[in-house]
Structures are given as C-alpha cells and as structure tokens.
Design a protein around this ligand. Structure first.
Ligand code: SAM
Length: 233
C-alpha cells in the first residue's frame, strides 16, 4: 500500500465489524494475493450465472456480487459493515441488492430461494461454534438443486502469523479485525453437522506464476493460502 505514514509493529485487534468499517476506505485499493488466487476458483465453480438468484453472504465491497450482477444474476448480498456495504452500493449494477446484516443470525431469505449461495473469505471471522448454524442457513436458503461455495484463508496461514489485517491509512497501525482460529476440520465438521453434502474440497498454495505476478505472494510460494468447499443442501 502507498502512504506516507510509518507502519508500527504492535498490532491493534478491533472487533470484526469496526475493523472492516475502517478497512473499507482502502479495501479495494490493495493488492491481495489471496484474492488473486481465490477469484478464478469462485468464478470456475459458479460458471454461467445468467438468470440465477445468488446470495453473497459476507459480501464486503461487493467483489463477487458486483461481477455476478453484471453477468446477469439477481444478487442479494449481506454484510454487517456499513462501510463495506456503502462501497458495494456505490458500484452496484442493477440486479444487486446490498443489505446490512449480521450473518451469524438467521438470513432474511426464504427457504430454497436462491440457486447459489456464496460466502467468500468470511468464515475465518465466524466463531467456531457459529459455523454450523451459518452453514445450516446457507443450506436452508439454497434450492435443492443449487449449491454453495465457501472460500476462506487457509488456516496454515496462522502458522505464518497471518490473519486478516491492514495498515490503518491514518495511523499506519497494523489493524486486525477479530478472527477466529478455525482449522480445516472445524469447517468440514460444521458443514457435515449442517447436513450439507460435499461436492468439492480443495486447498490451494501459491504457485510460481502467481508469485511472479503478485509481489506480496512471493514469500508464500508453495504455502497453502486458500481453502475451498463446494456444498449442496
Ligand atoms: C475479507 S472480507 C471479504 C468480503 C468479500 N466476500 C470478498 O470476498 O471480497 C470479509 C467480510 O466479512 C464481513 N463479515 C465478517 N463477519 C461478519 C458477520 N458476522 N456478519 C456480516 N458480515 C461479516 C466483514 O464485514 C467483511 O466485509
């Protein structure tokens, strides 16, 4: 990131909601190797979305929601950060509806009302005990012939001391929206407990092409940075 403030070593942990409200100011301007790896995977799993109804659960600034609406999907997107939602709304094409909502509570959508549900780079902020209820909600809102795509920072990143964070543009302080130390089995067991079927599970490491293209990815060459699940109700 480019700014004229010094970056301090002591991280500041803030609530997830406050953290993303602050991060929203610069979220879309940062180069993020995790996003570079994740985006084509989500795109590949979702395929052609024209005419589909999609719920984006934890939508942030609308990275996926805006694209999907642009490609002809009817998107309903939820996030509890007013700042992130404001950014998403500012670039929303017709066909995208952004709603401020805490996704650890019941989702305001009817049973079987969407063809696809996605929750991308979010569940590392959801406490372990809340994962199964969230996945149950994703299964409830999804049509029986639909599916769910979940992406998350790989828990192996915790071994490198990495969690979601940014440098506050005003103070330079390393700021971390609160994360939950969930491991792979927490995600898998929560999906199983929610009664979901596994269509796909994968772990993705930084590969040479990404390391060469994205400077921040280089130090994670060969290291797992992304975990993905494709689930069915
Ligand atoms: C790393 S961002 C990812 C945003 C978007 N899905 C993407 O992939 O670009 C994580 C988002 O999850 C949201 N989030 C985390 N916990 C949440 C909760 N309990 N309810 C609603 N949103 C939440 C944050 O506000 C933030 O916008």
């Amino acid at each position: 990131m480019s700014q004229n403030v010094s970056q301090t070593a002591t991280p500041r942990i803030v609530s997830t909601q406050e953290g993303y409200d602050l991060w929203s100011e610069i979220y879309d301007t940062e180069e993020n190797p995790l996003i570079s790896l994740e985006e084509p995977e989500v795109r590949r799993h979702l395929g052609d979305v024209r005419g589909l109804s999609i719920a984006d659960v934890g939508c942030g600034t609308g990275r996926h929601a805006v694209r999907l609406a642009g490609e002809g999907a009817k998107v309903t997107a939820f996030d509890f950060s007013q700042g992130m939602i404001a950014r998403a709304k500012a670039k929303a094409p017709p066909g995208a509806d952004f709603v401020v909502h805490d996704i650890t509570t019941a989702l305001p959508l009817a049973d079987g009302s969407v063809d696809r549900a996605i929750s991308c780079l979010v569940v590392d902020h959801v406490p372990t005990s809340r994962l199964a209820p969230l996945f149950r909600e994703l299964g409830r809102i999804c049509k029986k012939d639909g599916f769910i795509v979940v992406s998350v920072m790989h828990p192996a990143m915790m071994l490198r001391g990495v969690q979601a964070r940014f440098f506050d543009p005003k103070t330079g302080v390393d700021t971390r929206p609160e994360s939950s130390p969930n491991v792979i089995s927490d995600y898998v067991m929560a999906a199983a407990a929610a009664g979901l079927r596994f269509l796909h599970v994968s772990e993705h490491a930084v590969h040479a092409e990404l390391a060469a293209r994205v400077p921040r990815a280089e130090k994670y060459l060969g290291w797992p940075v992304l975990f993905m699940m494709k689930l069915a109700p």
